[in-house]
Design a protein around this ligand. Structure first.
Ligand SMILES: *Cc1c(COP(=O)(O)O)cnc(C)c1O
Length: 404
């Protein structure tokens, strides 16, 4: 995604070309190997990548699938969520989170996000569980808004920053709910768990987690790809069956499944890129620290990302907040700087979810955030001089005097 004008000073939002050109020989070799073995789907290239990715996430299993959306859907089904059950998530996320809930036969309900981290607020979750649910005679937790049994929670590690997992997991345990992490933007992010007294990787904390390897993610394939991580061998086995038409043995179908396998070539590409991920994430963290410093003079007009002491974010996106968001985007565009909005309309206000009967005002933080956020250019090879330009244009737009 470069800007339309193609001026030399332009700052793109994302650079997907440089890292692939640098790895061209290795990636080409994977393609050749694919051609020469004709092992296009599944097989050793997929299994080798699965092992390596499980290692990276400090989980015992990773099951590669065809997208992050499928990863979420299969994780939900594999975790034993019953059709019709409620899964609680946030309205401030990409729609794939709630699509996967519906497509797994479950029912999405929302709780608001935290004002500082933009991730699921444990307080709002507690309020939902305590005040908006009741217990039926069988001891099951029932949502009052839908009359359905509540089965699980999907916190999203949005922008590459961890949700507050200790608090969420404690509530889940108290109410007997499963937790599935949407880690589609958080490959390599870490959370300091007080409960376990150690840093833990995104994807290793819930009963399962979903990752996306969409090309623009921190680890991206050269096409569509995803994975489920888990420490539960049984759950991993269920996901393997679901991704392959419900068969554990060819043409013996215990359940109806899906066509959700990963191409061998994509697994090979991902395996070539995986050893670079830690460095790419470190570069993103450095770029984020640089933006934090450059934008400090605009404090008061620009809210920079907040990283709690328990979070090591991997900055899939660098998102600021400002009052006149649309004005800033327009100004930056005219200066040749590409930006994004992730995401402009909270899920409960989307037409697709009219049927859930939420109203404007139901999730005030999500609504406020959605109207004020701007994602600035962020990728590992973003240059310091490009960041200076971005910051200068932001100051100019805000008419902030910069003493430099
Ligand atoms: C990208 C993304 C997904 C979906 O992943 P795909 O690979 O595009 O299907 C789900 N949730 C979040 C938060 C994402 O950013």
């Amino acid at each position: 995604m470069t800007t339309a004008k193609g001026n030399e000073n332009d700052v793109p939002f994302l650079d997907l070309i440089t890292p692939h050109v640098e790895l061209e020989q290795e990636l080409t070799k994977v393609f050749q190997q694919g051609l020469r073995t004709a092992g296009f789907i599944g097989g050793p290239m997929v299994e080798d990548f699965e092992k390596a990715f499980a290692d990276f996430c400090s989980t015992s299993h990773a099951v590669a699938v065809s997208s992050g959306t499928d990863a979420l859907r299969f994780a939900i089904m594999g975790a034993g969520i019953q059709p019709g059950d409620v899964i609680v998530t946030v309205p401030h996320t990409f729609i794939a989170t709630s699509e996967a809930i519906s497509q797994a036969g479950a029912h999405p309900e929302f709780v608001d996000v935290d004002e500082q981290t933009y991730n699921m607020s444990p307080e709002r979750l507690r309020e939902y569980l305590e005040k908006q649910c009741s217990t039926d005679p069988a001891g099951k937790l029932i949502s009052r808004r839908s009359g359905r049994r509540v089965g699980g929670i999907i916190p999203v590690h949005l922008y590459g920053q961890m949700a507050d997992m200790d608090a969420i997991l404690a509530l889940a345990e108290q109410y007997g709910l499963v937790v599935i992490e949407d880690a589609c933007q958080a490959h390599g992010a870490e959370y300091f768990s007080k409960k376990n007294n150690r840093w833990m990787k995104a994807g290793s904390m819930g009963c399962a987690a979903a990752f996306s390897f969409y090309p623009g993610k921190n680890l991206g394939a050269c096409g569509e790809a995803g994975a489920v991580t888990t420490n539960d061998a049984k759950l991993a086995g269920k996901v393997k069956v679901l991704r392959d038409h419900g068969q554990a043995k060819k043409y013996y179908h215990d359940v109806e499944g899906y066509n959700g396998r990963l191409d061998a070539i994509q697994a090979g590409f991902l395996h070539v890129k995986l050893p670079h991920l830690a460095n790419w994430n470190a570069a993103r963290r450095e770029r984020a620290a640089e933006y934090n410093q450059l934008l400090e003079p605009a404090e008061g007009s620009v809210t920079r990302p907040h990283e709690p002491s328990w979070s090591r974010a991997v900055y899939h996106l660098y998102v600021i907040r400002t009052n006149d968001r649309d004005g800033m985007i327009k100004h930056l565009k005219e200066a040749g700087i590409a930006t994004g909005i992730h995401y402009p309309i909270p899920l409960h206000m989307q037409k697709a979810y009219d049927y859930l009967n939420y109203r404007q005002g139901d999730f005030p933080v999500s609504e406020q955030v959605a109207s004020e956020i701007v994602s600035l250019p962020m990728f590992p090879t973003l240059r310091a001089d490009q960041q200076v330009r971005v910051a200068q244009e932001i100051m100019r737009c805000l008419r902030v005097e910069v003493a430099r």
